[in-house]
Design a protein around this ligand. Structure first.
Ligand code: NAD
Length: 273
């Protein structure tokens, strides 16, 4: 049966208002309205670069050996999209749900730090965070200011002449111990982060809100599956495809940045009644 938008929003709000433990699971679609292209939607960075090539140490080394032009182009695109990115209405609605005491945690596949910037405090980032660095010497992790990091990357992107690994390392933040650090993001072939914690959260949820993911990247895609296995109802928001929602779940065919504020509005109305 086809459900229209107001009906689906209302149903989602009804379920959320009665839920005991709501966990959020997000993917790249969550940040589309912040100007960061998703993996699978056309027109983004990933139409021109093979992520399995760009997203591995071997791929980066081979680009560098060619003089670094491709790396410069990739860094330029990252600076452009991540530099302008701010939390959108969907992120802000999730932060508001936390303030209303309605959500337990956020699990995200995104590396853009936007859930934290919006105000969510319990965030699990299975693919890491571009604005967090990890020391290769002492393993300590530290956050880097968005503008500071993007300024450093802009320098690399705009530089002239051959680009070397040393040239990049010189510009990225050093750990307090003096060690070289790297962005704490999960590259292809590396282990995901906080997966056990995310699965635990999924098992604790009675409702999981699934926003903007194709469910194609494993093991992250196990998280909503585990929530369902533990008996949770899923509320899925995605403007183009239904990936996880089954018969007794709710599917909202809409952008996260539009649907989430509508859900929050509906929840507030229910609270006032
Ligand atoms: P994906 O690109 O595979 O799928 C995006 C999904 O979002 C699609 O199902 C699409 O229909 C949906 N979508 C598109 N616009 C939307 C919108 N406005 N609102 C809601 N949904 C929308 O993304 P994925 O499943 O997260 O997997 C890709 C991986 O790439 C992630 O694991 C992530 O690590 C990485 N990635 C991260 C970012 C980021 O940090 N913002 C951006 C691109 C890719």
């Amino acid at each position: 049966m086809k459900t229209n938008l107001p009906e689906a929003i209302n149903k989602a709000a009804e379920i959320l208002s009665r839920a005991k433990s709501v966990v959020i699971f997000t993917g790249a679609g969550m940040s589309a309205e912040s100007g960061i292209a998703t993996f699978r939607d056309p027109g983004g960075l990933w139409d021109r670069f093979d992520p399995e090539e760009v997203g591995t140490a071997e791929g980066i080394m081979s680009f560098l050996s060619e003089g670094g032009d491709k790396i410069r182009e990739i860094i330029r695109e990252v600076v452009e999209s991540f530099g302008a990115a701010r939390p959108n209405a969907g992120h802000l609605a999730l932060a508001e749900l936390e303030k209303m005491g309605l959500i337990r945690s956020v699990i995200t596949q995104n590396i853009d730090n936007l859930h934290r910037e919006a105000g969510n405090t319990k965030v699990f980032e299975v693919h890491g965070n571009l604005f967090r660095f990890r020391c290769l010497n002492c393993e300590k992790k530290f956050f880097v200011d968005r503008e500071d990091l993007l300024g450093r990357l802009r320098d690399i992107a705009q530089g002239a002449g051959p680009l070397s690994l040393e040239g990049i390392l010189e510009r990225i933040p050093r750990c307090a111990c003096g060690g070289v650090s790297r962005p704490d993001v999960v590259m292809f072939g590396e282990s995901v982060q906080e997966l056990d914690e995310s699965i635990f959260e999924a098992h604790q949820s009675d409702v999981m809100l699934v926003l903007g993911t194709s469910g194609a990247v494993y093991p992250a895609a196990m998280v909503p599956q585990q929530a369902r296995k533990a008996g949770a109802i899923l509320i899925e928001v995605n403007p183009t495809e239904k990936v996880f929602a089954a018969e007794n779940d709710v599917y909202i065919r809409e952008k996260a940045a539009i649907a989430m504020p509508l859900i929050v509005e509906e929840l507030k109305k229910k609270k006032r009644k």
